[in-house]
Design a protein around this ligand. Sequence first.
Ligand SMILES: Nc1nc2c(ncn2[C@@H]2O[C@H](COP(=O)(O)OP(=O)(O)O)[C@@H](O)[C@H]2O)c(=O)[nH]1
Ligand SMILES: [Mg+2]
Length: 493
Amino acid sequence: MTTKAPAFAIVGRTNKGKSSIVATLAEDDSVAISPRPGTTRECHEYPVRVDGEVLFTLVDTPGFEQAGAVLAWLRAGETSAASRPGRVAEFLRVHERTGEFPEERALLTPIMHGASVLYVVDGTKPYRKNYEDEMEILRWTGRPAMALVNRIGEGDFTAEWHAALHQYFQTVRDFDAFHVSFDERVRLLRTFRELRIEEAEAIDRAIGALEQERRRRREEASAILTSLLVDSLTFTMQVDVEDEAEITREKDRLAERFHEALRERERRARRAVEHLYRHDRARFVEGDLERPELDRDLFAKETWNLLGLTPGQQIFAGAVAGATVGGAADAVVGGASFMTGALIGTLAGGGLSAYRVGKRFAKVISSAPGGRLGLPKIGGDVKSALSGKRRFTVGPHAQPNFPWVLLDRALLHYASVLARTHARRDDVSIGEAGEKGPVSGLSRETRKELEVAFVQLRKRHDDPPEGARAVINAHVRSLIEAVERETSKRASG
Ligand SMILES: Nc1nc2c(ncn2[C@@H]2O[C@H](COP(=O)(O)OP(=O)(O)O)[C@@H](O)[C@H]2O)c(=O)[nH]1
Ligand SMILES: [Mg+2]
């Protein structure tokens, strides 16, 4: 069964945020939005699809330009209220020939073809009587209609707008094209379901598909973040050298290469999350422009401090090894029962650098098994075997806080992607100055479980245990859900 997907025409004067609302609702940042009054004379259709199926269509329209003259023309031939929609149709026919009133003809056409109406005003500008002409014209079409009071500037004339709009529209909503949550999009559809009971089935299907898409995105985002953590924690680099002294000489260069590979993983994960939410154009940058942006990467000290990992807290990740430094960390992770011999063995050394953020990135942990490669071993390199070089493994990253910083940054980025509406065209800043990352609010129990998984992964980086991945995935998913709840609260608050 294929019924026609519902259509919504977004109408109003120019520069009231019509295109912004279309962009937001369609999750389409290619919609043309201009700070100056636009000159578009055509409608643009934006189908909203999930899995290829068109759920509904949004029609961006030119602004009203000559509503007074159009209404006068309509009234001149009116016989009764019953004749009004017919009179609007007649208006379109007659003026197609003369070419007059291009904007009004363009915006009325989709409505007369069955689109429901979303009438947009700017609640930060005063209400004026001359808006009544266009509202009256919309009423004449006889179509279901809702008014949205958008907010573009600073003023607040919402109350008078509501008083006026309620006389023309069944439903009036405050709406902010720059901060629209998923729940608000769904609420808007639900309202139209009431206004257009013939389309209830199609709208139910659309809501169902959007909700399914939200769940799918949540699952995929969890998978992306989990893989980022697992891959970064188990990442190693093989280096073949003549002798150990070469490793020492090359230390800085190796460190840079190693860090760069990890940064690249983080960048790729971010692009994947942005793509999931159809934000392929926006540029997401670290916030707080006072500090040089390049310093604010994964390994910058400021980054770690910014996430609320003060020196006192920083050791919570390295707490197990911290016990070898001093007892202070013990309370954070949960005491001696947690410190099995194996874990202490793994972290000793790495954990000692907990305070020296970003310096000791990785240790050269060992030469390949067997030292000098006489015969190619599994994964061995023939050339190096023949030349008698020694193979060293760099990594995995030994800094205990590293996975926590990575996770925190990923969640802050996720939150900024989620909060971003497709109406905006400026850069997005990730995290606000001084804002603590989601990780700092984790329960001790969760920290402990995650830390155990992190330790296991680093230890068995050659063959990462599935159990550890599953633990991380489960916690990442709940963190993502928490971020979603928080974002939704902020958007409507
Ligand atoms: N701050 C803010 N600006 C908005 C909002 N909606 C639209 N604008 C701005 O208002 C201007 C006109 O928006 P646009 O969507 O092109 O209006 P249209 O002419 O009615 O399609 C643009 O500069 C938008 O960025 C909003 O919700 N908040
Ligand atoms: Mg526009």
